[in-house]
Design a protein around this ligand. Sequence first.
Ligand SMILES: [Zn+2]
Length: 414
Amino acid sequence: MEKQKLKINGARLKRTLEQFADFGRTENNGVTRLSLSEEDRLVRDYFCSCCEEIGMMVTIDDLGNIYATLKGEENKKPIILGSHLDSVKKGGRFDGVLGVVAGLEVVRTLVENNIKPTHPIMIVNFTNEEGARFEPSMMSSGVLCGKFDKSVMFQKQDVDGISFGEALKYSGYAGDEEYRLKEGEAFVELHIEQGPILEKENLSIGVVECVVGMVCYEIEVTGDSDHAGTTPMNMRKDALQAAISAISKVCDKLDKLDSELVYTFGRMNVFPNIHTVIPNKVIFSLEARHKNPEVVKQVETIIHSMKDDSIHSNCSVDIRKLWDRETVWFDQNVVNSIEQSVESLGYSYKRMVSGAGHDAQFIASYIPTAMVFVPSINGKSHSEDELTTWEDCTNGVNVLLETVVSMLKTLSSK
Ligand SMILES: [Zn+2]
C-alpha cells in the first residue's frame, strides 16, 4: 500500500491567512492593502519574518519583489511558488495572498517533516500585481519578463502624485537588481478563481491551462445634435440610437460565435449628455476574451462589421483597436504534474482557462509555469465579499505541496 501522503496543516493555514488579513482589514472583513502602502510594508515585514523563522533566506530585488528561499543542493534551479500580497481598495482576504501564504504553508510542512529538498523551494511576492495604486497591473512581473520598461514604471504616479519609484524607496523594499528572478524549474501560482465556474460545477480544483487572449476596441458613433422637442424622428441623426442598434446587432452575432467567449461593453460616453439635446456622439468600449485566436479573429471581423451594417439614421462609425493580448499557454509538463497531483489526492477538478490576468502569464515567458484555482463563492472577487472556504484553501495548498513533492521526485530521478 502506498504510504500516507504528506498533508499541510489546515488549521495553521487558516490562522496564517487571518493574520495576514489583519494588515489592512476593513470594517466588512475585506482588505485594503494597496501596493507599497503602510499596510503593505507591514505585511511584507511579517511575511519576511515568517520565512526567516523557518530558516529561509530572504532577498529583495530592485522592484521590491520578495524571494524567500529554502536551500537545496548547490547549483540547482528552484521550484517557485507565490503570488502577490497587495490588494485593490476594499478587496478580499484571498486574492493573491492565498498563493503567498500557500507557499509558506508548503515550506513549513516540508521543514517540520525534516524534508531537505534537492532543489531550492522559493516563495515569491510580486510587487504591485493589482495596479490599483500604480498602473499597470502585474507591473513587476512585467518588468522581469521584459514586457515593461523599468524607468517608465518607476515614474508611474498614484492619485497623490507619488511615483512608484518614490514609494518603493520609502517602503524600504528597494533591493538589488542582481536578485531578480532569473530561472526556475517551475513556477506554480495558486489563486482564487475570481469567477463562479468551479462553485457552480461543484468542483474543488481548477487546473489552469492558459490565460485567455483578448482584444479591446473603442467605437465612436457620430451623428448630429438637434433640439429634442422640435426635430421629427425621421429627420434625426441620433448617435445613441445608432449605437444601441449597432450594439444589439453585434451582440446577436457574438452570442452565436462560441459559448466560451466573453465580451463586455464596459464604458460608454454620450455627448453632450443633456436630456433636451439629441446625442451627436457616443464613444464606447468593447473588449472580448477567448483562448482560441481564430475565435478572437472572428470577433474582430464582427466588430468591424458595425461599419458596414446599415445602422440607424446615417450616423458614421469609427472603429479603433486600443490593444490586444495573445493567449498565454502554460507549460504542459507543469500542467500535467498539477493534474496528476490533484488526481492522486482524489479531489474533483477540471482543466480550465483564466479569464483574468496574473503574474504567472508573464513569468511563463521564461520559466515553465502553470496555475491552480480554488473556488470563489458566488464568483466574487475584488470585493469585501470575496470568500473561499477554508476546506477549499486547504485542498488547494495540498495540491501545491503534492506537486512540489512529485516534482522533486521527478527531478532527482533524472
Ligand atoms: Zn490576484
